[in-house]
Design a protein around this ligand. Structure first.
Ligand code: NAD
Length: 439
């Protein structure tokens, strides 16, 4: 529960904007103070946060800490270490005709920022943008996902207990509550979720000319070259794909490879699933559950594509869907029509590199592209001839853990980016300042 449950969205935004205009969020000391408080929220409530993530998604405590809680702690530590540097105004050279003048850029906070988060990493994907917005000196309205209700309720209780309630608020709820929020005038909207709602957010933002960051999804391919060490590839694909039962925006969505490599990879993927989750993944404490029955039904309907190499088992009552690998999957099959966002890994066969590049370019720009190839030329071609939010050679998911890299999509996978100093870019206005002496 929010500590101000009855506050109407218009009143809430007006109150935060008034606080912003007093200048209270601007000093570096307020920003670092809020980041320290957010860090304390995470470190003092780890078990409770992990329990909420367990209730919502069946995440193990270990995984909840690693991918949600500690992730944000690391992001905060990195920001605390560098924030003063990042905010320092940068001098710019002036042209000859303005000799004697001084030019610089300075980062201004934007004002009141709305952060709308999804359910799959409901702590990380709410609090990492909130940390960035606070570091940039903004007031923030945080809207957790109603589809992770235990985490949403806990964060709605904890955030006001730790942060400056004059400038930070949580609004819980689903479509009606978010629609009411989106009718307000914000200075930036940061949305993570699917592209259909991304369009709703952008339309609402257009009414007020509010800039948006859209962190969306898509089908992220993993290209596997014949010359790669396939046992290593299988292990890394399994680790990246089945983390959080495949409900990860940057999970490898499908494998692209040639037929001979596919045949060799199939048993190794089955072995890797067993090595990681045991003979019965349902009993593995490391394996998450599907968030709700709607998503379970959607995923179960995708199991018919191709030939099942491993997995396929499912139990609706327990929202369990086994780690599943499907071979010889046709590009026309249902599983290849939309982002899977669950524990199903199709293998699609292409003749070779040229066809793989065309396959990627014939589809929407993905959030990530993964490439397993010992060939420098192959890696170079994929880097230069395709477009994706991020590009990972040799290891899925890990690029988003590098705080000095921007994290975001391109085209249908989103616009804008964040993490580390890129969060300061996202949540600030870079103001041009020219000083010409008058006296
Ligand atoms: P979701 O259903 O939790 O929705 C996200 C947010 O949008 C929620 O807070 C929800 O309340 C709000 N919302 C839903 N319908 C709305 C509407 N009509 N109007 C206004 N707000 C609305 O999460 P989801 O969309 O199912 O998340 C999964 C998608 O998110 C996948 O496509 C995934 O790839 C993507 N994703 C992207 C990233 C990233 O960082 N790029 C991270 C995680 C997930």
């Amino acid at each position: 529960m929010n500590d101000r449950p009855a506050e109407q969205p218009a009143d809430l935004v007006a109150r935060l904007r008034a606080a912003f205009r007093t200048g209270r969020t601007r000093p570096l000391s307020w920003r670092t103070g809020q980041l320290h408080r957010l860090r304390a929220l995470l470190t003092e409530n780890g078990p409770e946060l992990a329990a909420a993530l367990g209730a919502d998604l069946g995440k193990s405590e270990q995984e909840a800490m690693r991918t949600d809680v500690d992730f944000v702690v690391r992001e905060i530590d990195h920001t605390l270490e560098h924030l003063a540097d990042w905010l320092r105004p940068e001098d710019a050279p002036v042209p000859e005709r303005l000799a004697g003048a001084r030019a610089r850029t300075q980062y201004d906070p934007l004002g009141v920022v709305l952060v709308i988060a999804p359910w799959n990493y409901p702590v990380q994907l709410l609090l990492a943008p909130v940390a960035g917005a606070l570091a940039a000196g903004n007031a923030v309205v945080a809207k957790p996902s109603e589809l992770a209700p235990a985490t949403s309720a806990l964060l709605a209780r904890l955030l006001p207990a730790y942060l400056d309630t004059a400038a930070v608020a949580v609004v819980e709820g689903g479509v009606p509550e978010t629609t009411a929020l989106l009718a307000q005038r914000f200075d930036h909207i940061f949305y993570t979720g699917n592209g259909a709602v991304g369009r709703v957010v952008m339309r609402a933002a257009a009414e007020h000319l509010t800039p948006v960051t859209l962190e969306l999804g898509g089908k992220s391919p993993a290209f596997v070259d014949a010359g790669a060490d396939l046992a290593v590839v299988a292990e890394r694909l399994v680790a990246g794909k089945f983390l959080n039962a495949g409900q990860t925006c940057v999970a490898p969505d499908y494998v692209l490879t040639d037929p001979a490599t596919a045949r060799a990879l199939e048993p190794l993927l089955a072995d890797a699933v067993e090595a990681r989750y045991g003979e019965d993944p349902a009993a593995s404490p490391l394996y998450s559950r599907i968030v709700n029955e709607r998503h379970f039904d959607r995923l179960a309907a995708l199991l018919g594509s191709g030939r099942t190499v491993v997995g396929g088992g499912h139990d609706r009552a327990g929202r369990y869907l086994a780690p599943t690998v499907l071979a010889e999957v046709s590009p026309d099959s249902p599983v290849m029509q939309e982002e899977i966002f669950g524990p199903i890994l199709p293998i699609v066969e292409v003749a070779g590199l040229d066809e793989a590049i065309d396959f990627v370019n014939d589809r929407e720009k993905p959030l990530a592209l993964y490439v397993f190839s010992p060939s420098e030329e192959t890696r170079r071609r994929l880097a230069e001839e395709t477009s994706s939010g991020g590009l990972g050679f040799g290891l899925p998911l890990a690029h988003l853990t590098v705080s000095d890299l921007p994290f975001g999509g391109v085209g249908e996978s989103g616009m804008g980016s964040y993490h580390g100093r890129y969060s300061i870019e996202a949540f600030s206005h870079r103001k041009a300042v020219l000083e010409v002496p008058v006296g």
